[in-house]
Design a protein around this ligand. Structure first.
Ligand code: KMH
Ligand code: ZN
Length: 273
């Protein structure tokens, strides 16, 4: 089977230090956490920027600082969030693309998200796809609901996303699709030939969904953005601890781990930023 790409989502927009004291906020904290996840086996890092006090921001300079810090430490593939936090405008969210990272997320539709709505109407999706195409950034489609695969493929049909297609199924967000194996299999069936996919299971669903993905030939995302626990009632020590567990399971199940260079080839990413 294909080598396994592990994405470490080391910091999202929602979890605060009050809930997980080890979540990184500053560029230095984020880059240190990324290095540990890379050393544990992650080949992609998915990042959100935070102010020093933990508030989420999509400020281009802040992303540039984080990218610079990561680049001083390792050659992991850097994927920025264009989702930001619920309630941010498209213009605000698009700023994270300005440092021209290798990858960016492209959320393929609107979805209830906790108590709010994560808004991505067709005009916004086109805007995000167009900007990533202009800058040569490889999108990762974020799929929170089954129908979003068709939304993503509409962008492909319109010529706004070209080249290799990569999908991330986010399963278990309160308001989005549940983390259930039959749903995952149904979604895999909808993908065009040659597309790659990963699963981000939220909370307690992270580990079982990751294990399903390893067995089904997909890829895996883990990290504090999605899950702060190692097991029930026990906070994870680091993002690296969550990555290391996936590496051990994958090795037992016969999936060697992709290096960043190998992942770049698999995802059609031409050159590091
Ligand atoms: N924070 C969520 C509202 C992404 O990174 O692109 C959106 C999100 C998706 O996390
Ligand atoms: Zn995110």
């Amino acid at each position: 089977m294909e080598k396994l790409i592990i994405t470490a989502a080391v910091v999202g927009a929602e979890v605060m230090k009050e809930a997980q004291p080890r979540i990184p906020y500053t560029p230095e904290e984020i880059a240190d956490e990324v290095l540990k996840a890379y050393e544990a086996g992650a080949s992609i890092v998915h990042i959100h920027a935070r102010f020093d006090d933990g508030r989420p921001t999509q400020d281009a300079k802040r992303y540039q600082e984080i990218i610079n810090q990561i680049r001083q430490r390792c050659d992991i593939i850097i994927q920025v969030s264009t989702g930001g936090a619920v309630g941010m405008s498209a213009e605000e969210r698009l700023q994270s693309l300005e440092p021209v990272p290798e990858m960016g997320t492209l959320s393929a539709g609107s979805v209830n998200f906790g108590d709010g709505v994560f808004f991505n109407d067709p005009i916004m999706m086109e805007q995000f796809a167009r900007r990533m195409k202009e800058l040569g950034i490889r999108p990762e489609f974020e799929i929170f609901e089954v129908g979003m695969i068709a939304n993503a493929l509409r962008l492909v049909d319109a010529g706004l996303v070209t080249g290799h297609l990569h999908f991330d199924f986010v399963m278990g967000v309160p308001g989005g699709m549940p983390a259930q194996l039959p749903l995952l299999i149904h979604m895999i069936d909808q993908l065009p030939p040659g597309a790659t996919w990963s699963v981000a299971g939220i909370g307690r669903y992270e580990l079982p969904m990751a294990t399903h993905a390893i067995l089904l030939g997909g890829h895996v995302r883990v990290g504090f953005e999605d899950n702060i626990y190692y097991r029930r009632g026990e906070l994870a020590e680091s993002n690296a601890q969550l990555v290391a567990r996936i590496v051990r399971i994958a090795e037992e199940l016969g999936r060697p781990i992709a290096t960043p260079a190998e992942a770049r080839k698999m995802l059609g990413i031409v050159s590091p930023s």
